[in-house]
Design a protein around this ligand. Structure first.
Ligand SMILES: [Zn+2]
Length: 322
């Protein structure tokens, strides 16, 4: 059986909490809001997620399993190692998604669609205004902008340290031939991506090669929260050069960012993809959580589906996910 408070599924005598604290917790991926759950006595997570949590300095349970005898971990797209939890219970088949993206990114394959009776899914961008451009289109746009701005000075690209930073590096490598400089927090994540076969060319800013690169008009990939006027001002003063800043985020679909150009690049599904995901799953009952959960549930009900929202935790998600 499954329960939504806390989100959990019981298999035999064991209760497995889903991205929530408990004796045995499923950790869907290594973003901060989920990885904090990994301090549970026992966790279920993919190998990649465990490596990423170690690389990012999280406390990880001593008892780690990469699967469960009566459940399946399905690919969730989103970031390296992200998984969905699928189980057969006495109330029918059940699937849980933490964050997911159905289509491929430049670094990871898109999410599998679970065939299930009950679907408990994230709804970060579950409102019709969120329709993302194609990834190739955004990559072209980023590349053109970076090449033009690098002629004039330093270029700073900001994104979440896990997932977006690696995809920005991949886009720079593949579309422009540029090897960006990064700081240690991003480099540690890059190494895990490399371990699992995602080739990323980058320079650690503190390395000899990195320091030589900083003498030129360099391109830096930095954590999202570093993209602000103060950082740009400090960089400009330190290197006596012009600085152009941009961020890559799904929120660029609807929002403007005061201190930087914003490119629409998301590790989540947009609204049309969320609807497709539900349709392909064949789920008879849908429970939405995160972000625009209420709106998505309402729109699914309008299509005649049995859907409800668990709660709106958008603010929590934005606050934690880095
Ligand atoms: Zn995430």
């Amino acid at each position: 059986m499954f329960s939504f408070n806390p989100p959990s599924v019981s298999i035999g005598v064991k209760q497995i909490t889903l991205d929530h604290a408990g004796d045995c917790a499923f950790v869907s991926h290594a973003h901060s809001d989920h990885a904090l759950v990994a301090r549970a006595p026992s966790i279920i997570a993919s190998r990649e997620t465990v490596d990423l949590m170690h690389a990012r300095g999280y406390k990880v349970a001593s008892d780690v399993q990469h699967g469960h005898y009566n459940a399946k971990l399905l690919n969730a797209g989103h970031v390296l190692g992200a998984r969905q939890f699928y189980a057969e219970t006495d109330e029918g088949t059940f699937a849980y998604t933490g964050d997911f993206r159905m289509s491929d990114s430049f670094c990871v394959k898109g999410a599998d669609v679970p065939q299930c009776d009950t679907l408990f899914m994230e709804a970060t961008f579950g409102s019709p205004e969120f329709v993302f451009p194609s990834r190739a289109e955004t990559a072209e746009e980023i590349s053109k902008w970076v090449l033009a701005e690098r002629e004039k000075g330093i270029v700073v690209l900001g994104g979440y340290s896990l997932g977006k930073a690696q995809e920005l590096i991949k886009i720079l490598n593949d579309y422009t031939g540029i090897t960006p400089v990064v700081e240690d927090t991003i480099a540690r994540v890059n190494e895990v991506y490399r371990k699992y076969g995602v080739n990323l060319d980058y320079l650690l800013a503190s390395s000899d090669e990195g320091l030589r690169e900083l003498d030129k008009n360099f391109v830096a990939v930095v954590p999202m929260n570093k993209v602000n006027n103060n950082f740009a001002f400090q960089l400009s003063r330190a290197y006596s050069r012009r600085v152009a800043s941009a961020v890559a985020t799904g929120w660029a679909a609807t929002e403007r960012f005061a201190n930087a150009k914003a490119f629409c690049l998301s590790d989540h599904s947009d609204y049309p993809e969320l609807l497709q995901f539900v349709e392909r799953s064949g789920a008879k009952k849908i429970v939405t959580h995160y972000g625009h959960a209420q709106r998505l549930a309402r729109d699914l009900r309008a299509k005649g589906l049995n859907a409800r929202a668990l709660e709106d935790r958008q603010k929590l998600l934005i606050a934690w996910e880095d």
